[in-house]
Design a protein around this ligand. Structure first.
Ligand code: NI
Length: 173
């Protein structure tokens, strides 16, 4: 396993539409291991393969924030089905937009059809924060970052703020 570099805005790679995984082989399993390690090290609660520069439809998520009892979820070729009409708002952040948090509204429940690491098809309904995180990560597979939902002005400001937060001397705040 290895920690990979996470690409950040405005890297144009983040706009890539990722391709389906056709064969869950050792290379894919190694990438998934690296994605989990990279997400935990960041630390973050979700990561799409494109965020480490790999344009494949794969996500890892763990919203437990619990070092002792990790709860990793892996989604290969995920699809969102039956999103609820009810919306909920969460303050979202993204490892590819460090230093920025914005409230985003999304359906508060949805089904996700996906393959697990054994290649079995699953269809699970998620709600609350898990539903939000899955939809946020799914967007990455379609080249969308959460700040794309903001007005042009707010988005430009968010990206500038993120770039500044990375270039700032850690000693000055
Ligand atoms: Ni993200």
């Amino acid at each position: 396993m290895a920690i990979r570099e996470i690409i950040t805005v405005p890297d144009p790679l983040l706009k890539t539409v990722s391709k389906e995984v056709d064969n869950i082989d050792d290379e894919i399993l190694n990438i998934l291991d690296d994605m989990l390690e990279t997400m935990y090290a960041a630390p973050g609660i979700g990561l799409a393969a494109i965020q480490i520069g790999i344009p494949k439809r794969m996500l890892v998520i763990d919203i437990s924030r619990d070092e002792e009892n990790k709860d990793p979820h892996i989604f290969i070729n995920p699809e969102i089905l039956d999103p609820a009409e009810n919306l909920s708002t969460f303050e979202e952040g993204c490892l590819s937009v460090p230093g920025v948090w914005e409230e985003i509204e999304r359906p508060d429940e949805c089904n996700v059809r996906f393959l697990d690491v054994n290649g079995s098809e699953n269809n699970v309904r998620y709600s609350g924060m898990m539903a939000t995180v899955i939809q946020h990560e799914m967007d990455h597979l379609n080249g969308i970052v959460f700040v794309d939902y903001l007005s042009r002005l707010k988005k430009d400001r968010a990206i500038k703020k993120s770039i500044k937060s990375r270039t700032q001397d850690p000693g000055e705040k």
